[in-house]
Design a protein around this ligand. Sequence first.
Ligand code: UDP
Length: 449
Amino acid sequence: MEKLQVQRRKRLVLVPYPLQGHINPMLDLASILHSKGFSITIAHTKFNSPNPANHPDFIFLPIQDGIPNLDVSPPNLVDLASAINTNCKEPFRECISQLMHQEQRHQVVCIIYDFLMHFAETVANQLNIPSIILRTSNATTLLAFRTIPQLREEGYHSLQDSTSYDLVPGLHPLRFKDLPVSSMGSLDNFLQLLAVVCNTRTSSAIIWNTMDCLENSSLARLQEQYHVPFFPIGPMHKMAPAESSKLFKDENNCFEWLEKQAPNSVLYVSFGSIAKLDEKELTEMAWGLTNSYQPFLWVIRPDLVSGSEAFLPEGFQELTRERACLVRWAPQKDILAHPAVGAFWSHCGWNSTLESICESVPMICKPYFADQKVNARYLTHEWGVGIELGDVMQRTEIAKAIRSILVEKEGMQMRQKAIALKEQIEQCMKDGGSSYNSLDKLVQFISSL
Ligand code: UDP
């Protein structure tokens, strides 16, 4: 108790990147560190700001970001990151300087920032505050990021949107088509961003939302290249005591529907918070789901279809009414934990990937951009818990994949592997497990700063 009180005088400032898939793990980390006795300030952009009411124990510090309400989609992501880093630096410096003056009983001991919020490192360094990076995607993606400039120098020019099935030298099992570079706008701009985010600069450690049992070899290779300690403490949503923040409103009526379904019978379908489809893809999805004859819970975000409202094909709702539940946003972690859910058709964002394997739910993988392709490749070829869909959505292939994963032998075998993977992850989190130990070391490390 006394230790917690001493610790409580130590304030950590956490700086999330303002997209759902980045906010969730940062707020989970905040809850984990709060439970270890630290005081928490979340310094966040006004754009996509988290809801302070969900976290009464934290102080929220809005930073002016100068970001208009832009359409967040893959080709804009590099520009968004660069605008945030340019616009937020000065306002952040002012906020932290003020905080340091006000906080007499509490000392700002460390700034922990999302790897995309690198302006926070510059400010921390100017103010003589130690900083730590949080990597919200997996370790293998960083290995791939570090390889991309090298490949380009070696003469591989069409890295973006490559359709090549050839394996990337040194990155087995990744193929050129899996490199986390497609759909990210201009390659030159992307390479500039990579040069910054692959570098630790003056930061003194890296926290990872991953675990040894999943990515032991990638973590070991990276540790040889980085001369700062690594703290892989994932899966953070399971290590954290509290709920993380949601930018959208959950629709809990889907639980009533789930309660009526048989165990392992439902396909949960969601493409995360920013992936977008075109109308043709939506139509193929709708008919694939219809022709599978399996129950499904489908998240259709209002902005899921680029440039227009999502129009479902005529006849779809009548044909599937008996076995479909459609929502605009879902309490995903609880859904994946529901016994009725038998498989997850996903875009393979890293959070979705972790949330699914932590509940031993096998996946149908339809990645779109950035690290999603790396995650999909690992799900299908390294961990054996996913079915890969082709690049073009086709109703026949979709229906076949859904039946395979829900009712055929292939799906049963994947579920067995997913159960084994879940058990390994649980071992990592237990007293003496790798994530548990890393968290202990992280707390000691921060306390010694
Ligand atoms: N999510 C959710 N409800 C939905 C869709 C997504 O709660 O209907 C959450 C999901 O649980 C995950 C996050 O949003 O924690 C999405 O992160 P991910 O890395 O999977 O994908 P991104 O949105 O970054 O592409």
